[in-house]
Design a protein around this ligand. Structure first.
Ligand code: NAP
Length: 477
């Protein structure tokens, strides 16, 4: 693999941490040490925020929209040119299959293109107020935005937080997860090479536990945009609430996949395994709770399992691999604990359940049957390659069961009955739903959750609005 940066990216330069501290990264496919990376201190954090604040005041917020747009289009082009470099890094860093890693880099580039185009179409309103005169609104940037991202989709999530925030005129301090910092550093460097002024996008690698509180509580940070676990998200909101900082968060999920007997259920059975096993199940939108109408249940399960067994689990660097290792030994331990508990409770492991290889943090795609609604594996997010299938008889009772969850992020409904599709999609408590599909993410459309799956929305024009304050101006006649 080519050389890649492993330092902090502050004010347009790669820098070592002020303490010299570094974090070791392990390749999840081989369990060998792969590289190490600078771990930012609170001192580095303060420098990065000060630099971002200066970059905001000294020009980024006031740059003509057309110029900001041009720079972000250049960033997108630079990302496309470096697709292979970025994809290889992600593949080695977190064990992501190389074909998925390439798709995710392209998704990141498309996100920059979308917001580069959006800048010149982002309007306020004129409002006919009762007093007469002239009233209009302005969407204004906030200042310094802290973007904190997880390890499961490091590159696209970094892009879909940074791009709308930058497009709206903010400066961004990006904190990638400790396990997946490499593409974020390269993003900062490539964006700078593409014309993003120094300080506008700062990248701080290091431990959230060590610099997280200082980042969230820093007086110059005006908004926190977080993706990660519900527990950390809730804690960040508590800290941010002390200064009434703006927060948006995309958190955990336990997404339903509902298949009615009137659907093209053979297609649903063939496509649904990848709706939960893609990214080795480490996906907040993973359809890990399946509700199958009882009249088709046995046939559906048979086809679902046959398709699951054909999935290609293997080395992430191979083009044909669909399922790589989990990100770490501890993540695999968590998933295996769910399997042990299910076995101990007498649940049926209908496929998988074992480690397919002695090396690497692999776990077979695992299908559980005969689980009960109170089982932990049915209720809690696993973030591993596990799915539970249960039959249902009655639509209304099934919807109650779907909504009996603290989460509400994503989900699928399979039916060929249009009225049912519309009825059920209105009733399911979820920020994102797809009918006869398992897609969750569209660059152009809002993405985020109900209930404990988060607050606010990423992507689409909603995300850009979320990185602005709304000002109303009245002009007397
Ligand atoms: P996590 O532990 O919450 O970490 C997410 C990010 O928060 C990482 O950058 C982490 O840094 C940082 N962090 C941890 N403690 C912090 C603190 N005290 N202050 C500030 N930042 C802190 O979650 P994860 O295990 O990486 O990611 C998995 C979770 O993310 C799952 O629950 C999944 O559902 C969720 N997720 C949600 C979405 C969505 O859009 N809804 C998308 C992807 C993932 P360190 O790595 O340095 O600790």
């Amino acid at each position: 693999m080519n050389e890649f940066p492993t330092q902090l990216f502050i004010n347009g330069e790669l820098k070592n941490s002020s303490t010299g501290k570094r974090l070791t990264l392990v390749d999840p496919a081989t369990e060998t040490v792969f590289t190490d990376v600078a771990a930012a201190s609170v001192n580095d954090l303060n420098n990065a925020i000060a630099g971002a604040h200066q970059a905001f005041l000294k020009g980024w917020r006031d740059l003509p929209p057309g110029k900001r747009s041009e720079i972000l289009f250049n960033v997108a082009r630079r990302l496309r040119e470096n697709c292979e470099r970025l994809a290889q890094l992600e593949c080695h860093n977190i064990g992501k299959p190389i074909s998925d890693a390439r798709d995710e880099v392209m998704l990141g580039a498309r996100v920059f293109e979308f917001y580069a185009g959006a800048i010149t179409k982002f309007y306020g309103q004129t409002i006919p107020v009762a007093r007469g005169g002239f009233d209009f609104t302005l969407r204004q940037p906030m200042g310094v935005v802290a973007a904190i991202v997880p390890w499961n989709f490091p590159f696209p999530i970094a892009c879909w937080k940074a791009a709308p925030a930058l497009a709206a005129g903010n400066c961004v301090v990006l904190k990638p997860a400790s396990q997946s910092p490499l593409t974020a550093i390269l993003l900062g460097q490539l964006a700078h090479e593409a014309g993003l002024p120094a300080g506008v996008l700062q990248v701080l690698t290091g431990s959230g536990g060590e610099i997280g509180d200082a980042l969230v509580q820093h007086p110059r940070v005006r908004k926190i945009s977080f993706t990660g676990s519900t527990a950390v998200g809730a804690r960040l909101m508590e800290l941010a609430a002390r200064d009434l900082k703006r927060v948006s968060s995309e958190l955990g999920g336990k997404s339903p996949n509902i298949v009615f007997a009137d659907a093209d259920w053979q297609r649903a059975a063939a496509e649904s395994p990848m709706s939960v096993f893609a990214n080795t199940g480490q996906d907040c939108c993973a359809r890990s709770r399946m509700f199958i109408e009882r009249t088709i249940f046995d046939n559906f399960v048979e086809l679902f399992i046959a398709t699951t067994k054909k999935l290609k689990v293997g080395e992430p660097s191979k083009a044909e691999t669909q399922i790589g290792p989990l990100v770490s030994a501890s993540q695999r331990d968590v998933a295996e604990q769910f399997i042990h508990e299910a076995k101990a409770a007498g649940r049926k492991i209908a496929a998988g359940g074992n480690r397919p290889s002695p090396k690497g943090f692999y776990l077979e795609p695992t299908v559980l049957l005969e689980v009960e609604p109170h089982d932990r594996v049915w209720r809690e997010e696993v973030f591993g390659p596990l799915v539970c299938l249960r039959p249902f008889d009655d639509e209304a009772a099934m919807i109650d069961e779907v909504n009996d969850s603290p989460y509400g992020l994503s989900g699928s409904i399979w039916t060929n009955n249009l009225r049912r599709a519309l009825r059920v999609s209105r009733l399911v408590e979820s920020g994102v739903l797809s009918i006869n599909s398992h897609s969750s993410v569209h660059v152009e459309a809002p993405f985020g959750g109900y209930k404990q799956s988060g607050i606010g929305r990423d992507l689409g024009m909603n995300a850009m609005e979320g990185y602005t304050e709304l000002k109303n101006v009245y002009v007397a006649e």
